[in-house]
Design a protein around this ligand. Structure first.
Ligand SMILES: [Zn+2]
Length: 164
């Protein structure tokens, strides 16, 4: 339980460039695509928080003192792959890079690819990711337009429980 792998060679917790005054996961090296940033295993809960990651239709995991700092981007450079075992209530989360990440870049994932919705203190806060395709607000999958949902599904980085 806890971190099965924490890639502290390539990533660290440092000041966010997206959300000034907050911490983020930052690349310490150039990170190739398909590099594991962390693997985390824990008991799932029914509670969504500002830092939890959804792992099934109704279960969530707190991703520890490293993964909790992964901020949202509408053009993410990683994706979350989660496996939830309903028999044991244990979830395993893997964060893996999907693009090359440059030194100093913030390591992000798209919250709408894992979360049905987000906590009220995040929901519809302006998104500051700055990407050309920024959706302007932080939301979960259910708050996206149908077009945005279809676009995310087409990228094949969206959790299956959101769209089956
Ligand atoms: Zn954005």
């Amino acid at each position: 339980m806890g971190y099965l792998l924490k890639n502290e060679i390539d990533a660290c917790v440092a000041d966010s460039k997206i959300v000034i005054g907050e911490k983020a996961l930052i690349a310490k090296n150039t990170i190739a695509p398909n590099t594991i940033i962390f693997m985390f295993q824990a008991a799932a809960t029914d509670v969504r928080t500002r830092t939890s990651i959804q792992v099934s239709e109704s279960k969530h995991v707190e991703p520890g003192d490293f993964g909790a700092f992964a901020n949202h981007s509408c053009s993410p450079n990683t994706q979350i792959v989660a496996h939830y075992n309903a028999d044991t209530n244990i979830a395993e989360i893997v964060m893996i890079s999907i693009t090359e990440i440059s030194v100093g870049d913030e390591i992000t994932f798209d919250y709408a690819t894992t979360e049905t919705t987000v906590t009220t203190n995040l929901l519809r806060k302006p998104c500051l990711c700055g990407s050309p395709n920024c959706r302007k607000f932080i939301t979960g999958f259910q708050e996206l337009s149908h077009t945005e949902q279809m676009s995310l599904i087409a990228k094949e980085i969206t959790a299956e429980y959101l769209h089956i």
